[in-house]
Ligand binder design. Structure first.
Ligand code: HEM
Length: 406
């Protein structure tokens, strides 16, 4: 008979305001060592690679990302009902149907067709820093990088980049700690974005092109198609899922390489290392370190009973340091031999990152070009990081210097 989770004697994760990502990691690696499960303030936390995979692949654990708004004090029904139909937190048949319809449009082949454009964008952004030999990498490169790519992906014209950038900034306030106070700005931006998407959808219905929106419009399975509202939701999901994640992951990667100059040089000399460099960076420090689930029914897992409603934090970042899977996890090594099990920073199971191929392509193209154009990369002062409590983590300031003129 399974043991009730409340009766277990397991470590408790202290949630300290202002706690850094390193302090949290340190706790998970030391105090919680030997345990796959720990307690936290609102429920439990899976820590090991196997248990993280176990929960993410178990369909009885439903996404709780849509509940984050309520936890942060949002009560506006109009706002909450919009979020419930997003692919990011839909469940069951609704999610399966959406995912089946949209997945082919996010294939590695679709991402590959944007690689030349990614190279163009990253080269133009890095030109001033490469010439000067120093700069603030977040504002100059990370912040602007994803927007033109998302626009190109969707087929939005260059003239609309500014509009997209502004609306995306406001829509992305859903990740801020004070989102309840920012709700009117978020809702206004969502409305503007939906109106814009509707026009773009009408245009693509009239004249199809070679872009994601056209692919999504024509996506069909057994006579089923996405409605206009679902297409609008997908545009928003691409912005919410694909903008801040990519820019923070790139900032984390460059901060890490600035402290590992030999590997930066290795990558510059051998661009075929790019895919491994991206996986190792994301294993070592992911922009999305964890996600949240709740038990949609009573669940028995690993001989433990979790009553319906149990809240579960899923710590991909500690799973990525599990010594049973990644030997010497604290060593950052882009030539690490593949272990046959993926790093966890794109999640796993039915909500596995839909944009993973695109994100991989964006990061691979960026890192190769940056390693060649920013030789002798170094930190030019201490980086500043966002608080560890935000959903998407990364540096907020990253001053760098390098050998100029490349
Ligand atoms: C390095 C960059 C990225 C990281 C670290 C990342 C991480 C993740 C993670 C961890 C999840 C699963 C969340 C969960 O299970 O609760 C996810 C889902 C998702 N991501 Fe990404 N992501 C990245 C880039 C992108 C890009 C570029 C796009 C869009 C083009 C995107 C779109 C999505 C969508 C739509 C989902 C929801 C999928 C579903 O629920 O079926 N992501 N991402």
């Amino acid at each position: 008979m399974a043991t009730h989770v409340d009766s277990l004697d397991i470590p408790k994760i202290p949630f300290l305001v202002g706690q850094t990502r390193e302090e949290r990691q340190e706790f998970l690696r030391t105090t919680a060592q030997g345990h796959w499960l720990a307690k936290n303030d609102i429920g439990y936390n899976v820590i090991t690679y196997e248990s993280v995979m176990g929960v993410l692949r178990d369909k009885r654990w439903h996404s709780a990302t849509g509940l984050v708004a309520q936890i942060r004090g949002v009560t506006d029904e109009q706002f909450l009902s919009r979020r419930r139909v997003s692919i990011l937190n839909a469940e069951g048949d609704v999610h399966v149907r959406l995912r089946r319809l949209v997945a082919p449009a996010f294939s590695p082949r679709s991402a590959d067709r944007l690689r030349p454009f990614m190279q163009e964008v990253i080269n133009s952004l890095v030109d001033p820093i490469a010439a000067r030999g120093h700069g603030e990498f977040i504002a100059e490169v990370c912040e602007p990088y994803p927007i033109p790519i998302i626009c190109e992906l969707l087929g939005a014209p260059k003239d609309d980049w500014q509009f997209f950038s502004r609306v995306a900034t406001d829509v992305l306030r859903v990740f801020s700690e004070d989102m309840a106070q920012q709700l009117h700005v978020i809702i206004a931006a969502q409305d503007e974005l939906n109106a814009y998407s509707r026009t773009l959808i009408e245009q693509r219905r009239a004249i199809p092109r070679d872009d994601l929106l056209t692919d999504l419009i024509s996506a069909e399975e057994a006579g089923d198609k996405l409605t206009t509202e679902e297409l609008e939701m997908m545009v928003e999901a691409v912005i919410v899922g694909g903008t801040d994640t990519t820019r923070n992951q790139l900032g984390l990667a460059v901060a890490l390489f600035a402290q590992h100059p030999h590997q930066w040089e290795q990558l510059a000399n051998d661009p075929s290392l790019a895919p491994r460099a991206v996986e190792e960076t994301m294993r070592y420090i992911g922009a999305v370190g964890g996600t949240v689930r709740f038990a949609s029914e009573d669940i028995e897992y690993n001989d433990i009973f979790f009553p319906k409603g149990t809240f579960m934090s899923v710590s991909m970042s500690s799973g990525n340091f599990d010594t049973n899977v990644f030997p010497e996890p604290e060593v950052f090594d882009i030539t690490r031999p593949p272990v046959g099990q993926p790093q966890l920073s794109f999640g796993a199971g039915i909500h596995y990152c839909l944009g993973a191929s695109l994100a991989r392509a964006e990061l691979q193209e960026a890192l190769v070009i940056l390693s060649q154009r920013l030789p002798k990369l170094e930190l030019d002062g201490d980086p500043e990081y966002k608080p560890s409590s935000v959903g998407i983590f990364g540096p907020s300031r990253l001053p760098i210097r390098c050998e100029p003129g490349h």
